[in-house]
Design a protein around this ligand. Structure first.
Ligand code: ATP
Ligand code: MG
Length: 564
């Protein structure tokens, strides 16, 4: 699939950067970062942040760091670290060298915490979690000072060192910033900066630390240490910005990145919270993080999405400060447009119905040429074997046309086989239940290629030679949830009740044109009149290739009829 040319959709963040560059701020540099926590796989919401951060860096000749926000070791692991790197690369972005880890800065962070203690701006607090909550107050009531708030600098230093040395149990003590328990912004009511976590092996630092810094302390300092100029994050961090600035204003660090918030991507009919996605994986509700039903990058990749389509989607939805929820149709139209232009055409029969051409020699096979793409000659053509026995789709035959719109095959009627001849149905053979199991047809050998004079055959259907076709499994996907907003749906107590049981339907007896036996991992096709499909190497067996439905065709009928 081709790459989309570099584009620069403007947005309010780019306007801020333009202004900064005009004013000579940051020495004319632009440095952004993408800071995932390695506690799950990346999803399409992360793609928005990735395209924004890496896209800004690319367009302003800057750099974007990939930084793992790895301060919560019990939920993080190396599998996630590796998957995140693979997904960012697959999306087409490069962080130039090695990724960064917040854990790279643990020693420096500890030093800055000591500096706050020395300035009387941080203290060790012994309140337990419940007491801390009580003392914090509410949105309408101010908090109360902790009884430990007035500890001396010496005592705080000593306790902090002993916390690091492992003298205290989890939860026995925390380090808190000393800001303002009456602040209208709850984030400023002496937030916790460090907590104790014994017995976890950190994927980067092993068991070196039992003291872990909080996100709100780690993030601004990591940004500043890397020389980030614009720290772009989602709106829920807007209320944390005063704390971000407070940390940097109160430690000896020469750099002060600007935090700018934008709205998260919400996509209809799916969920984006890592907690919920983790549950679907851990409870085996989906096959794994790369299940093609998942909104993860790995799932979308396995489903058959292209990086270009995902980047195009991120461009189309734009970057603003207003919360909204995006229709799945927008994502689907991005991949459909990409595949319409770039996916070779092929024929696949999903529900096979046998056709015997009674006037076609039994031992004959001819090779018919078929264009790989109706509009792109450069994609070449292929040879399709044609023989006496074929499969067509059950849905393409009815004994009697149900209405005038039915342009497919009926008893006594004619239809064109795509890239081949016109056939007429002479006889229907049915099973005991009255279901057609075989059609006896005659083929008009004068009808190959352009329609001969005066011959009007409206319908065109696809087919595969019975002798040459290969059997395959096709997995048809639909939305993961039955409602557009599973996150806020109040009709159920547990969101899994809203899962769509039809999100995956498996067809195991499909017949594909023989060339598809050579499909490579991730190769995508338009199965004519059916949809876009992607070969799934992971799910395939030697005797049963598996293809995933990427996205359906919008208006298959109209298109096919025009082509004939
Ligand atoms: P969760 O809240 O589900 O745990 P998270 O947002 O905390 O997920 P991170 O790994 O911390 O996940 O996210 C890394 C970056 O991606 C952050 O800067 C975050 O703001 C951004 N991001 C996460 N989800 C979205 C989303 N839906 N839309 C846009 N950006 C997102
Ligand atoms: Mg986060």
């Amino acid at each position: 699939m081709s790459d989309k040319p570099i584009s620069t959709p403007s947005n309010f963040i780019r306007h801020i950067i333009d202004e900064d560059l005009k004013n000579g701020k940051n020495g004319g540099q632009v440095l952004t970062r993408f800071p995932p926590e390695p506690n799950g796989y990346l999803h399409i919401g992360h793609a928005k942040s990735i395209c924004l951060n890496f896209g800004v860096a690319r367009d302003y000749q800057g750099q974007c760091n990939l930084r793992f926000d790895d301060t919560n070791p019990h939920k993080e692991n190396l599998e996630f670290v590796e998957a995140i790197q693979a997904d960012v690369k697959w999306l087409g972005f490069d962080w130039g060298g090695k990724p960064f880890y917040a854990s790279d800065y643990f020693e420096q962070l500890y030093g800055f915490a000591m500096e706050l203690i020395d300035k009387g701006l941080a203290y060790i607090c012994d309140l337990n979690a419940e007491q801390t909550r009580e003392y914090r107050g509410t949105l309408t009531e101010p908090g109360k000072n902790s009884p430990y708030r007035e500890r001396s600098i010496e005592e705080n230093r000593d306790l902090f060192q002993r916390m690091r040395a492992g003298e205290f149990a989890d939860g026995a003590k925390v380090l808190r910033a000393r800001i303002d328990m009456a602040s209208p912004n709850i984030n400023l009511r002496d937030p916790t900066l460090y907590r104790i976590r014994h017995g976890v092996i950190h994927h980067q630092t092993g068991s070196e630390w039992c003291l872990y810094p909080m996100y709100d302390f780690t993030h601004p300092i990591s940004d500043a240490l890397e020389g980030v100029t614009h720290s772009l994050c989602t709106l829920e961090f807007e209320d944390h910005r005063p704390l971000y600035d407070w940390v940097l204003d109160n430690i000896s660090i020469p750099c002060h990145p600007q935090q700018i918030e934008f709205s998260r991507l919400n996509l209809q009919y799916t969920v984006m919270s890592k907690r919920k996605l983790t549950r679907l994986v851990e409870e085996g509700i989906v096959e794994g993080w790369d299940d093609p039903r998942m909104p993860t990058i790995a799932g979308l990749r396995r489903r058959g999405y292209t990086p270009a389509a995902i980047r195009e989607f991120c461009d189309r939805i734009g970057v603003t400060k207003s919360d909204n929820s995006i229709e799945m149709a927008i994502l689907e139209s991005c991949i459909r447009e990409d595949l319409d232009a770039h996916a070779p055409r092929a024929m696949a029969v999903l529900h096979p119905l046998k056709v015997v051409l009674s006037n076609y020699p039994e031992d004959k096979t001819e090779m018919l040429s078929a264009a790989n793409h109706p509009k792109d000659e450069a994609m070449g053509s292929r040879q399709l074997p044609f023989s006496r026995e074929l499969y067509i789709d059950r849905a393409d035959f009815m004994e009697v046309a149900p209405n005038k719109k039915f342009k497919r095959l009926v008893l006594g009627g004619e239809v064109r086989l795509r890239n081949a001849y016109v056939i007429r149905c002479d006889e229907v053979i049915k099973d005991n239940a009255g279901e057609p199991i075989e059609l006896r047809c005659s083929v008009d050998m004068d009808t190959l290629g352009a329609n001969p004079e005066g011959r009007k055959v409206k319908g065109v259907i696809h087919w595969v030679s019975a002798q040459h076709g290969i059997r395959a499994e096709l997995r048809l996907y639909d939305r993961l949830f039955t409602v557009p907003h599973p996150d806020s749906d109040k009709s159920v107590t547990d969101f899994v009740e809203l899962l769509n049981p039809q999100a995956l339907r498996t067809l195991t007896d499909c017949i594909l044109e023989p060339g598809l036996a050579k499909a490579a991992e991730g190769s995508r096709y338009q199965f004519e009149r059916e949809g876009y499909f992607c070969f799934d190497a992971k799910a395939s067996r030697a005797d049963l290739p598996v293809f995933n439905l990427v996205v359906g065709l919008k208006d298959s009928w109209a298109k096919i009829e025009q082509q004939d």
